[in-house]
Design a binder for this molecule. Structure first.
Ligand code: F6P
Length: 549
């Protein structure tokens, strides 16, 4: 029982039924599950939009799935989902609505926050972004000296960087190749240096992306970018042609010296890690054009509608969320790998790290009670074939249970040469082979049957039984990207709802920020800073010595 009289999640009958079921299943083998049900490979699949989702290689039976769905009912996942779509303030610790779904609502939709329909505002900003993107792409928007803009540098961090940077990589084949688009996030000056060192300031547009416009990394980099520009162009008036802002904070934008006419607005009901389909996507929109951006929003919307309306048995984000709970809470899995078989998805997992880990890395529930169960997993991974030659060994033969998502595409992107397109089947052969090997392994008998000497048999045996989800789409398009991102957004939502945590705040990043501010004068001026522990004091002293201060 919680202090407030509510039954603790892990004491509910639905949770204990799952724990009992887990015990009964014991070390159930995927080989057995597939042998017992020849139809499993097609029965345990779902479709949403263009995504074909195979969950047959999971350590689950029909009973497991039923019990997991019962847990979702008991924790009222659908109730919280509907409250989110309705615009209620479900981010309780920040007292905010959570309405990234309104960012992709159709023009005629009505979504109200405090009695005000937010959809017209969303489309007004999208239209303003589209007009601006078109002007930059066509060359109509020029720099201060009249030169055409050829470079776009997005300056932001966290949700104001990871989303657009990821999506730009994913959709590279759809970008205007005559534009150079770069993303600067790190306060390490090397990041900005490398991004601008070969650019002509007169041809460069800085897009300063910050929801709050107070984030120290972004403000510092933006200030340095302005100095670099003014150093070259020598006229304050140049800022208006070379800087635009994406923010909720008009006052701070104006204070920085950016004309608010060149500000693209969003709202406090858009969480940073849920924001790249808002104004935060401007650099992406300039790169791919407004039409492609809208196709991406359509993709998001397909999955939003599915999540909102599909029955529990067919609801893909619900299923993926519940499978994660099955492993994290009932198999003690600590991490979750996301392994895309597409070079273009190289930043996808890094994006998901913020989405998932900043959302569900929590240890108190919505009411402030400590949670007694595992919450969000460590999310990690890189494109699949590269991972195969690095860390897959541990997934195959290590001691840890690591559920993994495999994401692949039937067709290579259109612009590859025929020669390079032909490589796609080899890529995908690896994709299919890996989930097969992970699920079914290789028994000692099979190894012996190959004539392997007895002493090597244990080394060449693959235990198998490693659970994976396979997500297969026809082709990597803007819409498919939107579908994939919305799928993970809602999966994270489901898990937070079951765990009864606030998936939309991020207080855990605050302490480090405060301490960094406090410690900085000790580094720069050798100031006596109160409250430094002995280890940090010694480290600071050594740093100053090595820095030559
Ligand atoms: O890392 C904390 C955080 O607040 C993220 O949630 C956010 O995406 C990021 O900082 C950047 O914030 P802003 O867009 O306000 O600069």
């Amino acid at each position: 029982m919680n202090a407030d009289g509510r039954t603790r999640l892990d004491q509910t009958s639905e949770w204990t039924a799952l724990a009992k079921h887990r015990e009964e299943l014991g070390e159930v083998q995927l080989r057995e599950l597939f042998a017992a049900d020849p139809g499993r490979g097609s029965a345990y699949t779902l479709r949403v939009g263009d995504l074909y989702v195979d969950y047959s290689k999971h350590l689950v039976t029909d009973d497991t799935l039923r019990l997991l769905r019962e847990l979702a009912v008991a924790t009222d996942v659908s109730g919280l989902r509907d409250a989110m779509f309705r615009g209620e303030r479900i981010n309780t610790t920040e007292n905010r609505a959570v309405l990234h779904t309104a960012l992709r609502a159709p023009r005629d939709a009505v979504v109200e926050v405090d009695g005000e329909n937010v959809v017209p505002g969303v489309h007004a900003v999208l239209d303003k972004m589209a007009a601006f993107a078109d002007r930059v792409r066509s060359g109509e928007w020029t720099g201060h000296t009249g030169k055409r803009i050829r470079n776009v540098v997005n300056v932001g961090i966290g949700g104001s960087d990871l989303g657009p940077a990821m999506a730009y990589e994913v959709l590279r084949a759809f970008t205007d190749r005559s534009l150079t688009v770069r993303f600067v996030s790190n306060v390490d000056g090397a990041d900005l240096h490398e991004a601008i060192r070969d650019l002509d300031p007169a041809e460069t547009l800085f897009v300063i992306a910050s929801k709050t416009f107070t984030t120290i990394e972004t403000v510092t980099n933006a200030t340095s970018a302005r100095a670099w520009l003014l150093d070259a162009l020598g006229d304050e008036a140049a800022v208006a042609r070379h800087f635009v802002a994406l923010s909720t904070n008009a006052e701070k934008v104006a204070g920085f010296g950016i004309d608010t006419a060149n500000m693209f607005e969003f709202w406090d009901w858009v969480g940073g890690r849920y924001s790249y389909d808002s104004a935060i996507g401007l650099s992406l929109m300039i790169a791919i054009g407004p039409d492609r951006f809208r196709e991406m929003l359509d993709g998001f919307r397909i999955v939003d509608e599915h999540f909102r309306t599909a029955p529990p048995e067919a609801n893909v984000p619900l299923l993926l969320g519940l499978l994660g709970i099955w492993y994290g809470n009932f198999h003690d899995a600590q991490s979750h790998a996301v392994l895309p078989y597409s070079h273009y998805l190289s930043k996808f997992t890094a994006y998901l790290q913020q989405l998932d880990m900043e959302s569900n890395g929590k240890s108190v529930d919505r009411d402030g009670n400590p949670v007694e169960w595992q919450t969000g997993p460590v999310v990690w991974g890189t494109p699949g074939t590269n991972g195969q030659h690095a860390y897959y060994q541990l997934i195959h033969q290590g001691t840890k249970l690591i559920p993994a998502d495999f994401i692949g595409f039937a067709r290579p992107v259109a612009e590859l040469s025929d020669q390079l397109k032909a490589q796609h089947d080899l890529l995908m052969a690896n994709f299919f082979a890996q989930t097969q090997a992970l699920a079914f392994g290789k028994t000692p008998e099979e190894v012996r049957g190959e004539g392997v000497p007895e002493e090597l048999v244990p080394h060449k045996t693959f235990r198998g039984n490693h659970p994976t989800t396979t997500i297969l789409a026809p082709e990597l398009t803007p819409s498919v990207l939107g579908q994939l991102v919305a799928l993970y957004e809602h999966k994270v939502f489901v898990q937070g709802a079951v765990w009864n945590i606030d998936s939309f705040d991020q207080w855990g990043v605050e302490l480090g920020k405060v301490l960094a501010k406090r410690v900085e004068p000790a580094l720069t001026e050798g100031a006596e800073v109160e409250g430094l522990d002995a280890s940090t004091k010694a480290l600071v002293a050594t740093y100053r010595e090595l820095r030559g201060r």
